[in-house]
Design a protein around this ligand. Structure first.
Ligand code: ADP
Ligand code: MG
Length: 367
């Protein structure tokens, strides 16, 4: 088990001095992964997740910066020397070996006594429902079962610095995914191991992890608990990517305690200093905190374009000028005609300049 520090780390697959920013698959990042933490590394395809994971495991040597395990510089060490287990998107197993031999391999390799190997292999096989197949050759099994063996090989050692998972459930049947994810979570609780789980799926990330690290375009844009990412996205991408529907993000002019959106003034709970005139200023507010209401003087209103019924909750899409808002339809609210007003919870509105959150001053600070 280890605490992992990334110190001013960056990586470009291109070689050369003076590379432009966009040549970096991973833009400079400094951060700490707590020993024993359950992390998800979340972002869309191509944003740099695998690059970062492979730098942590030692498959890729970064073009800049350092990696520390418990304070020791491991930047030039191999995966084996770092003592890392990694599970990939597609099965990495020995086809000619039996399931049992596959699971035992990482332990044999480390020279563990046979009795210990047998015990541990039996435990992991049980956890992954592989016990009935123990003596079968891996080559005859389904893609699902092969990937479970891969997971087992990653999980079988309990003395590793960390276990890294790179979209490990991609080839797994949907109904099994949920079950395996819960098992990984339970295993994390039982083992006190540092785990980093890469995914592009917010549901997977939010259910597995205590801390979710969101990446966008080669950058780590926020690291926080699922609640923090929901309540206070540090970057508009986090607001948009997490949540369903995502956060409303609309252009605004912000002055003091007011945001002007489409000619309408919205009250803010915090006060903002003047922002640079060159900045792209937006407000962000989650659909859960915008409520559809009957039209009334002083309320922003617009045209309802559609209503999505998600069962327990309904969201309306309301056009106001050039902006389209998602807003919660209060239980029992009768939609009349195609026009309605929007009521905003002031304390839930955030201000963004060039996509990054701007900290306003609370009223006590202003007074
Ligand atoms: P993700 O895992 O989030 O999908 P990757 O880390 O695989 O993202 O890729 C990040 C960027 O780096 C992408 O633009 C990808 O095309 C590029 N990239 C990944 N691996 C290589 C490589 N071996 N050589 C050159 N470019 C690469
Ligand atoms: Mg990847």
């Amino acid at each position: 088990m280890a605490r992992i520090d990334l110190v001013d780390l960056a990586h470009s697959y291109l070689v050369g001095d003076d590379l432009p920013d966009q040549a970096y698959a991973l833009k400079p990042v400094s951060m700490t992964w707590r020993q024993g933490g359950a992390y998800a590394l979340l972002g869309p395809s191509g944003c740099g997740k695998t690059t970062l994971l492979n730098i942590i495991s030692g498959i890729v040597t970064p073009s800049r910066g350092k990696i520390l395990f418990d304070g020791n510089d491991v930047t030039q060490l191999s995966t084996r020397e770092r003592n890392i287990a990694q599970v990939f998107q597609f099965p990495v197993i020995y086809d000619t070996m039996t399931v049992r031999e596959n699971l035992a391999f990482p332990l044999k390799n480390r020279g563990l006594p046979k009795a210990d190997i047998d015990k541990r292999v039996a435990e992991i096989a049980e956890l992954l429902d592989l016990t009935p197949n123990m003596n079968r050759k891996a080559t005859r099994l389904t893609a699902d079962a092969k990937q479970k063996i891969s997971l087992g090989r990653g999980l079988v050692r309990n003395d590793v610095a960390a276990i890294l998972f790179d979209e490990p459930l991609t080839v797994i049947d949907p109904h099994l995914k949920w079950e395996l994810r819960s098992k990984l979570k339970a295993l994390h609780r039982a083992l006190d191991l540092t785990m980093i789980y890469v995914t592009h799926d917010q549901t997977e990330a939010l259910t597995f992890a205590d801390t979710v690290v969101v990446m966008h375009d080669g950058r780590v844009v926020q690291s926080g608990t699922p609640e923090e990412l929901f309540e206070k996205p540090a970057h508009t991408f986090v607001g948009y990517f997490i949540g369903s529907p995502g956060m409303n993000i609309v252009p605004a002019q912000v002055r003091g305690r007011e945001a002007i959106v489409g000619g309408h003034a919205l009250a803010l709970a915090r006060s903002y200093d003047p922002l640079p005139s060159s900045a792209k200023v937006e407000i962000g507010v989650r659909p859960e905190f915008v409520h559809l209401a009957a039209k009334a003087p002083g309320l922003m209103s617009g045209k309802i374009e559609r209503i999505d019924d998600l069962g327990r909750i309904r969201f309306a899409r309301v056009r106001v000028g050039d902006s389209l808002f998602a807003a919660r339809v209060p239980p029992g609210f009768e939609v009349q005609g195609d026009e309605a007003a929007l009521q905003f919870e002031s304390s839930r509105i955030h201000v963004y300049a060039d996509s990054r959150i701007v900290e306003g001053r609370s009223l006590e600070q202003v007074a």
